[in-house]
Design a protein around this ligand. Structure first.
Ligand SMILES: [Zn+2]
Length: 280
C-alpha cells in the first residue's frame, strides 16, 4: 500500500498538475471502484464533469481534491492503486479504473493491478468528507498535524497500545502502514511491543525525531510520482531493500549492530521486522 510519504509526494505532484483545471470527460472502468460512494458509475461522472479543481489535500493515504461546488473528490488508493498522468485521448487499459481529462488537455488515470480493485473513489460534500471517506478525523496524521514532541508524548500516553500496533491502527494514526512503522521503530531503537504509555521522556523524543527523519527521508527517496508510476508494476523487493533499513530484511544483518533482522508475526496478517538487540 502507499503510505504517507508516497501519498504526500503524489499530492504535491497532483497539486501542480490539476489545481485550476476544469474536468472535461470522466470514464469509469469498473463499478467496484465507485461502490463505496455511489450507486453507479454515471453518478460519479455527473459529479465530476465540468467542475473546476481548487485544491488537493491529503489525510493519511487518502487524497481529497476540492471542487468548485463545495464537494470533494476522494481518492483512496487502496492496497496497490496509483495515479499517473496521461494524454486526454489515452484509452483505459485493463488495470485502469478511472480516467479524468481536463479542458486544457491531459488526463489523470487511476490504476491498480489485479481483477478486484481495492482503490475507491467518489465525490462527497466537502463538509464531513473525512467521515464520508472512512477517515477518522481525530486520528493523528504525523505530517499534516505536525505535533510538537510534547503533544506527541501526550498522544502516546493516552493511546496506551504496543507501538507497532498503534502506528498501523488508522483509528489512532493515519497513513502509516507495515513498512514505515517498522522503519520508524528501528530508527528510534524501540521494540514493536513497547507500550506507548511506558516511554521515558528521552524515548518519546527519540521516537518523535525518528518519525520525522524516516518520513522526510522517504519523501526524498521513494515517493511515487505521477511520472514514474507504472500501473502494471508492483514494488520490487530488491528496490525495497535498497531504500529501507529493516523492512523486508529478515535474516540480513542489522545496519546498526550486525545481528540478523527477525520477522515476527504479531497477529493475523501483521508482521514486524525488527532487531532483537538494538530495539528495546
Ligand atoms: Zn541491531
Amino acid at each position: 500500500m502507499l503510505e504517507l510519504p508516497d501519498v504526500e509526494v503524489l499530492r504535491k505532484d497532483l497539486e501542480k498538475e490539476v489545481v485550476g483545471k476544469r474536468v472535461k470527460d470522466v470514464t469509469v472502468g469498473s463499478t467496484g471502484i465507485v461502490r463505496a460512494f455511489h450507486r453507479n458509475r454515471p453518478e460519479l461522472v455527473k459529479a465530476l464533469e465540468g467542475r473546476k479543481i481548487e485544491a488537493v489535500r491529503r489525510r493519511g493515504h487518502t487524497l481529497f481534491i476540492d471542487l468548485d461546488d463545495e464537494h470533494t473528490w476522494v481518492i483512496d488508493p487502496g492496497a496497490e492503486g496509483t495515479l499517473f498522468r496521461e494524454t486526454a485521448t489515452a484509452e483505459l487499459g485493463p488495470q485502469t479504473h478511472l480516467s479524468v481529462s481536463f479542458t486544457t488537455g491531459g488526463a489523470i488515470h487511476l490504476a491498480e493491478p489485479g481483477d478486484e480493485p481495492t482503490a475507491s473513489t467518489g465525490v462527497v460534500a466537502t463538509e464531513g468528507a473525512y467521515e464520508a471517506a472512512g477517515v477518522n478525523p481525530d486520528a493523528l496524521d504525523p505530517l499534516d498535524d505536525n505535533p510538537t514532541w510534547m503533544e506527541f508524548g501526550r498522544f502516546l500516553a493516552a493511546a496506551s497500545k504496543p507501538l507497532k500496533l498503534l502506528l498501523i491502527d488508522p483509528q489512532h494514526v493515519v497513513g502509516i502502514g507495515p513498512v514505515y512503522s517498522d522503519e520508524i521503530l528501528w530508527e528510534a531503537g524501540l521494540r514493536h511491543d513497547h507500550p506507548s504509555d511506558k516511554l521515558s521522556t528521552q524515548e518519546v523524543r527519540r521516537f518523535y525525531r525518528a518519525m520525522h527523519e524516516v518520513l522526510f527521508l522517504a519523501m526524498k527517496q521513494v515517493g511515487a510520482t505521477l511520472d514514474e508510476a507504472d500501473p502494471g508494476e508492483t514494488t520490487d523487493e530488491d528496490e525495497i531493500a535498497d531504500h529501507l533499513k529493516v523492512f523486508g530484511r529478515d535474516g540480513l544483518p542489522c545496519f546498526r549492530c550486525r545481528r540478523p533482522i527477525v520477522r515476527t508475526r504479531l497477529k493475523k496478517g501483521v508482521y514486524t521486522y525488527h532487531c532483537e538487540r538494538c530495539m528495546i
